[in-house]
Design a protein around this ligand. Structure first.
Ligand code: NAD
Length: 386
């Protein structure tokens, strides 16, 4: 078949296997070019097939020489239909890590299910014995409670009052005004159920009960804060409430792990184009402007640069990681720099259809978005049968 990108509502419905392999290979090459770093040796990444989770796994394996198991929810290819990007990237990672002599296995299953936890623990025992780093990097719109079977859906809405702002369709460059009605209490609670810390806690408790958390092991989950502009719909909206819960969970887990010499952290990462962030209203316009400013100042990073910095300068730097007043590791330090945010605030109200491509880097945005799915690589001939 010939595979070309099929994009609907900022979601890319398909993926190109060769391009996905290249996406992984380029990240491996980056880590290798930076050189070996101290780090974990046996890692579990929950949500490790894409975005931040995949980059973390690549840094752990090709930077620190770690064996790894990943849990991800992806679609397998069939004779009629291409698989999802994460299926190809996770598989490409496993092949390359094994070729480098490392343990690597991806479990394609629902991370929220108890059965997945049981099976993962079995594989940890068989392949790694125990783990010394557990990374929680899930981004999901749906969770089925493993005890009650009830379904919860996360929503991206403000709390309390309607939010309106300018948004852009990053694929067409079309600007429009969005108005988002506030969430109901039920929607806010459901979002916390999906994207809060409950499932992370279940994982850590299950791993501890099974005695597969090594002495001195660490766990880390990812959060986001972001600018004033998106505050009502992000940090003070439903997803922000879920992130508050995730961050509280980090403090609870830290207390649980400390007596065994371990630690639990939340790392607040930079805003980046990933499958998850492309569907958050207003965020693509912010990303386009932010990319332009950070690139001009030589501060731009992708997932892999962020995760390399997390390992080399925070988690495994040899000293206690620097944290903010709420105990969070801050990798959004460059994004949130005063001069960067002042420039975002200066540009934002001036954006219009005719200057969009001068003040915002949508070419860069689109290229990154396509490459997450294996498209947009000039070295690949997309007209070829695959
Ligand atoms: P992503 O969409 O690129 O990856 C999500 C991962 O979760 C994939 O591996 C997917 O397979 C997995 N997943 C989803 N549902 C699953 C399920 N039911 N069972 C098993 N695996 C499942 O997402 P991302 O942007 O890398 O986000 C990861 C984390 O980083 C999230 O907590 C997000 O809030 C946070 N974060 C993202 C950004 C950003 O700008 N993208 C910034 C800061 C923090």
């Amino acid at each position: 078949m010939i595979i070309e990108p099929m994009i609907r509502n900022n979601i890319c419905m398909n993926a190109h296997p060769e391009g996905c392999e290249l996406h992984v290979q380029q990240q491996i090459d980056y880590v290798r070019s930076k050189g070996a770093i101290p780090g974990p040796k046996r890692v579990l990444v929950i949500g490790g097939s894409a975005g931040y989770g995949l980059a973390t796994r690549i840094v752990a394996a090709f930077g620190a020489g770690a064996g790894s198991i990943c849990v991800a929810f992806e679609r397998e290819p069939s004779a009629k239909r291409a698989g999802s990007a994460g299926w190809y990237t996770a598989t490409a990672f496993d092949e390359r890590a094994r070729a480098a002599g490392l343990v690597a296995e991806t479990i394609f299953a629902d991370a929220f299910a108890h059965e997945t936890r049981r099976y993962t623990i079995e594989r940890i025992r068989e392949l790694l014995g125990s783990v010394d780093l557990v990374v929680y990097s899930l981004a999901s719109g749906l969770r089925i409670d493993p005890d009650t079977g009830e379904q919860y859906r996360s929503v991206l809405k403000p709390l309390g009052k309607t939010y309106s702002n300018t948004t852009v369709d990053p694929m067409t460059g079309e600007l429009s005004q969005v108005e988002i009605e506030p969430a109901t209490e039920e929607e806010a609670a459901a979002t916390e159920k999906v994207m809060g810390g409950e499932d992370w806690q279940l994982w850590i408790r299950a791993l501890e009960a099974a005695d597969v958390l090594a002495e001195g092991s660490m766990t880390v989950a990812y959060s986001y804060i972001g600018p004033e502009l998106t505050r009502p719909v992000y940090r003070e909206g439903t997803i922000g409430r879920a992130k508050d819960h995730l961050e509280q969970t980090a403090r609870d887990l830290d207390a649980l792990m400390k007596p065994r010499g371990g630690r639990a952290f939340v790392s607040v990462n930079k805003a980046l184009v990933t499958r998850a962030s492309a569907v958050i209203p207003v965020v693509p316009l912010y990303l386009g402007i932010l990319y332009q400013i950070m690139k001009q100042r030589g501060l731009h990073e992708g997932c892999i640069e962020q995760m390399y910095r997390l390992f080399a300068e925070r988690l495994y730097s040899g000293t206690e990681p620097e944290v903010d007043e709420q105990g969070r590791i801050r990798l959004d330090d460059w994004e949130m720099r005063e001069d960067v945010q002042a420039e975002v605030n200066r540009i934002w109200p001036t954006v219009n259809a005719s200057n969009l491509n001068q003040v915002a880097d949508f070419e860069g945005y689109r290229q990154e978005f396509l490459q997450l799915h294996g498209f947009g690589y000039p070295q690949i001939d997309y007209s070829k049968e695959i």
